[in-house]
Design a protein. Structure first.
Length: 271
């Protein structure tokens, strides 16, 4: 199952690689929810909680869960339109309309972000067999399955470090942590950025203090190699977009547990 939105930094291209590596757990928690690509790709856990500091995004997920049919209809009737994209930047008082506008911003943006990066005019600069209207229909078609999958999922809207402290104290929890990546490794298109190296050090302090299992996504960097020395490390080849350009990248997973349900099957190299 894939997300019903495009989203900068989404794990849609690697979620199917990440899911088999997740350690056993009873309670699955995402402190940085984003597009929920990994949650949507994994089997249900006994308990599941997702969080994001972006209140507008978390309201979108709540509206999708509670009013999915209405949202799907509203999105299906929305054209691929530069005017619609421009108008969607203004939040709406009505939560259903605001959810539709956020969907427009993310699916019709060049990079799947609410930042003013420009309207997306085509699917793939290298050529695609479908146009943008049909491309948008695929996102509409994903709404109904996402509604069903979100049934029983708890929604938070707090700072990630608070969520990590709350849930990370319990050994039956798995934290899948996908923060805004280190600024030196990517462009700045997240709705809620992390304030430089200091914020990443604070995150590392919180994760290293966890009794819970932790799986952290990021790009290779000397800082992370230092902060997560002794953690297990696994590399995944991914594809990312910068503007409307596609490029290959190496994603890294760090974990304080052995990765994979069958421990001998996967690379469990210690960083």
């Amino acid at each position: 199952m894939k997300p019903p939105i495009a989203y900068y930094g989404s794990k849609i291209s690697v979620a199917s690689d990440i899911v088999p590596l997740l350690p056993p757990h009873e309670h699955y928690v995402e402190p940085y929810a984003g597009s929920l690509a990994v949650l949507l790709a994994k089997p249900r856990s006994k308990m599941e909680t997702v969080n994001d500091l972006d209140g507008r995004l978390m309201r979108f997920w709540r509206v999708l869960r509670d009013r999915g049919e209405e949202l799907a209809r509203a999105c299906a009737l929305t054209p691929h339109s530069r005017a619609e994209y421009a108008a969607a930047r203004e939040p709406a008082d009505d939560e259903l309309e605001d959810a539709r506008r956020l969907w427009v911003l993310l699916t019709q943006s060049r990079t799947g972000t609410t930042r003013p990066v420009g309207w997306r005019t085509y699917v793939n600069p290298a050529g695609s067999g479908i146009g943008m209207p049909r491309y948008l229909e695929t996102y509409v078609d994903r709404i109904a399955p996402a509604v069903e999958r979100l049934h029983g999922v708890s929604l938070e809207a707090r700072p990630a470090l608070e969520v990590i402290a709350s849930y990370g104290a319990h050994p039956g929890v798995l934290l899948y942590v996908d923060p805004p990546y280190l600024g030196s490794t990517r462009t700045r298109n997240y709705a809620c950025e992390m304030g430089g190296e200091t914020a990443h050090r604070e995150l590392a302090d919180a994760l290293n203090a966890c009794r819970a299992a932790v799986v952290l996504s990021g790009y290779p960097s000397p800082l992370y190699a230092d902060l997560y020395a002794g953690w297990r490390r696994y590399e995944i080849q991914s594809v990312s977009t910068q503007g409307e350009r596609w490029a290959g990248r190496t994603e890294v997973l760090w974990s304080n547990r052995v990765l994979g349900a069958q421990h001998g099957l996967f690379d469990s190299e210690v960083a």
